[in-house]
Design a binder for this molecule. Structure first.
Ligand code: ADP
Length: 282
């Protein structure tokens, strides 16, 4: 057993005699120089509900709490992570593998846009090729000393997310929804997929839940009443956060300054994640 053993065989590349059974048969080992404690997949039913935003703010929140965070941008056809972090450099490689790019506050990021010559070039690849690139982000990238890796998953429950879940040992999933979606159906699908993959759902995040008027401080439900609590109860899940529509988000994202965006939306979710690391240390 390695001196640094954290009892998490799924995210360890060592072939030691005390290796426990893998969560699924297809999972790939991370790069042998990587060390990743917890892998959290962030999923949504469709694009545009704020999955990348939630992924980014989560990584920033955990990083500020002193946990080394990383983002694997698996949303290959809509990669928005480098832009919101204001990253202009490209990923470097050595004879051993690729290196993620560090954000201003030290978050390790890998995204297809950090490899393309022009980040406005569209990625017009078929599913298997896209899934192959995501796998390589796991197997060929050297992720050093990561406490939390957040994966910005491709939207939906199609071919690509399925392959990603089969190949990467994800410890838990966070489902991002918005009130205007067919939330009940999306959550049911996510629950079924998670059961098939044997991955726990950590909980739900409702984005664009309400708008707090800066003039009178009142909350307005722009997209109507939310039914997220009933749906969560039905599936025995937790609602981990409700995020308002916040016009400042767009400004911070456009300027690539997500790390300077300060809100306390993820305080309780951060505690849930913190417990997950503590469980391993006990
Ligand atoms: P997804 O990853 O689900 O496709 P994004 O996170 O890229 O969605 O969000 C889509 C757009 O909506 C982005 O421009 C983002 O800045 C904006 N957005 C997301 N959530 C909010 C919010 N709560 N308030 C204001 N704008 C938001």
């Amino acid at each position: 057993m390695s001196e640094n053993c954290n009892q998490s065989c799924n995210t360890c590349s060592e072939d030691c005699s005390e290796r426990k059974e893998q969560k699924n048969d297809f999972s790939e080992k991370p790069h042998e120089m990587s060390s990743i404690k917890k892998v959290i997949g962030v999923v949504s039913g469709k694009g545009g509900v704020g999955k990348s935003l939630v992924t980014s703010i989560l990584a920033v929140t955990m990083n500020k709490m002193g946990y080394k965070s990383a983002i694997l941008d698996a949303d290959i056809t809509g990669p928005s992570i480098p832009k919101v972090f204001g990253i202009k450099t490209k990923a470097a490689a050595s004879e051993f593998g690729f290196f993620p790019v560090k954000s201003n506050t030290g978050i390790d990021i890998m995204s297809v846009n950090l490899l393309l010559e022009n980040d406005t070039d569209p990625v017009v690849w078929r599913g298997p090729l896209i899934a192959g690139v995501v796998k390589q982000f796991w197997t060929d990238v050297i992720w050093s000393d990561v406490d939390f890796m957040f994966i910005d998953m491709p939207p939906g429950t199609g071919d690509v997310p399925l392959t990603v879940f089969q190949s990467i040992a994800v410890d838990g999933i966070i489902v991002v929804t918005s009130p205007q979606e067919l939330v009940s159906m999306i959550v049911s699908k996510a629950v079924k997929m998670a059961e098939m993959m044997n991955i726990p759902i950590i909980g739900l995040v409702e984005n664009m839940s309400y708008f707090r008027c800066p003039d009178n401080g009142k909350d307005y439900k722009i997209f109507g009443d939310s039914h997220i609590e009933e749906i969560a109860d039905k599936h025995n899940l937790k609602v981990l956060a409700k995020i308002p529509i916040d016009p400042e988000i767009t400004e911070f994202c456009d300027k690539g300054m997500i790390e300077s965006f300060k809100r306390d939306w993820f305080n309780s979710l951060a505690q849930v994640l913190q417990e997950k690391i503590k469980e391993d240390n006990n």
